[in-house]
Design a protein around this ligand. Structure first.
Ligand SMILES: [Fe+2]
Length: 359
């Protein structure tokens, strides 16, 4: 019997040839597949006002059925695995001239030539789950922009540059954090590396693992959720009070959860601490930090590469780099994906709202 999927597809190229050679799963689109995906995104960009349009977000997972079949198979099969740290789709078409210069600030990114890529990122994300944004991040946008901002070179958020962006689980403080963080690289002339690491289970002793599974750690919101990193007009509303409470009085949580053979990891290198006076938790956290530091590896996302980082299996960050501020800087579109939007209903204003923290 022919393997399902192969007969009807004729000359379709195989999925990744050595699927277990790296800690992430990877697919390189053929030029034809990349052209098909780009054409679908262009159609969406003509049909809908922007990628935040509620009607588009509601339709995206259906429109995504028209993406190339090999890509859909790659995502569908990878999302059931618990091994890969990320799913990487390389080879999307990005015309550097049509894209236009990298804006100086994320606020200025909506009206640029990057618009079709926001649509395409939402379509890809629709193969994994439901997309959402945070009321307290980039003014509540669903598709956000990662680019260096002048004056923030040494900050602890993604608009930093000269300082390495430390490894973290995305929004580790929140029970509603993403299952996947999607990144669409539009420009990366200096090959600045994204960093990844999984839970270093083989290196941890039994007792340390026990402690990491217990509610003995405090994880606070990162600085991207602070009013200073949002527009002035958006500040002062209730959503930031929630963040302030989580900064002042975080509830103790475990760093590891799930099955001991393949636990889920929740940690932010810059914003995690042991519960007060808990020396055993402090020692376990120290060991874990050192092991993740040692395990951290580089993945370069070139223009046209898309990565969906598994936010439970791995932490991510970014190496330091020298910003240009000449319109040619590194630039990525970013999106949060949950496998189930309903889980966060308590922090959304309505069933169809995509913005967490605006009740
Ligand atoms: Fe991140």
């Amino acid at each position: 019997m022919t393997e399902p999927g192969t007969k009807r597809d004729g000359g379709e190229p195989p999925l990744a040839s050595a699927p277990h050679a790296r800690p992430w799963n990877e697919l390189r689109l053929t030029p034809r597949e990349a052209a098909e995906a780009a054409a679908l995104a262009s159609w969406c960009a003509r049909e809908y006002e922007d990628a935040e349009d509620p009607e588009f977000l509601a339709e995206a997972s259906v429109i995504a059925h028209e993406l190339p079949k090999r890509l859909r198979r790659f995502i569908a099969r990878s999302r059931l695995e618990e091994r890969p740290h990320a799913l990487v789709v390389r080879g999307n078409l990005v015309d550097d001239e049509l894209l236009g210069p990298t804006p100086a600030h994320w606020r200025d990114a909506l009206t640029t030539g990057s618009r079709p890529f926001s649509f395409l990122l939402v379509l890809y994300a629709g193969l994994l789950g439901d997309v959402f944004g945070w009321a307290t991040q980039q003014d509540g946008r669903v598709v956000t922009d990662v680019l260096p901002i002048r004056g923030g070179e040494h900050s602890l958020v993604s608009s930093s540059s000269r300082q390495e962006l430390g490894w973290h689980t995305e929004d580790a403080f929140s029970p509603h954090r993403a299952d996947y963080v999607g990144l669409f690289s539009l420009r990366n002339p200096d090959r600045v590396a994204t960093t990844l690491a999984g839970a270093p289970l083989g290196e941890l002793d039994e007792r340390t693992v026990d402690v990491l599974f217990q509610d003995r750690f405090l994880i606070r919101p990162d600085d991207s959720h602070l009013p200073v990193n949002n527009s002035t007009a958006q500040r002062g509303s209730g959503e930031f009070e929630e963040i302030a409470r989580a900064v002042e009085r975080p509830d103790p949580v475990p760093i590891l959860t799930g099955h001991r053979a393949a636990p889920r990891l929740r940690i932010d290198g810059d914003f995690s601490a042991p519960a007060d006076d808990d020396e055993e938790a402090a020692a376990a956290l120290k060991v874990l930090r050192e092991l993740i530091d040692a395990e951290l590896y580089d993945v370069v996302l070139h223009a046209g590469d898309v990565a969906f980082i598994d936010n439970h299996r791995s932490v991510h960050g970014r190496r330091a780099f020298q910003p240009r501020y000449d319109g040619g800087d590194r630039w990525l579109k970013r999106i949060n994906v949950t496998r189930d939007l309903h889980r966060s209903r308590e922090v959304r204003s309505g069933g169809d709202s995509r913005v967490l923290g605006r009740r």
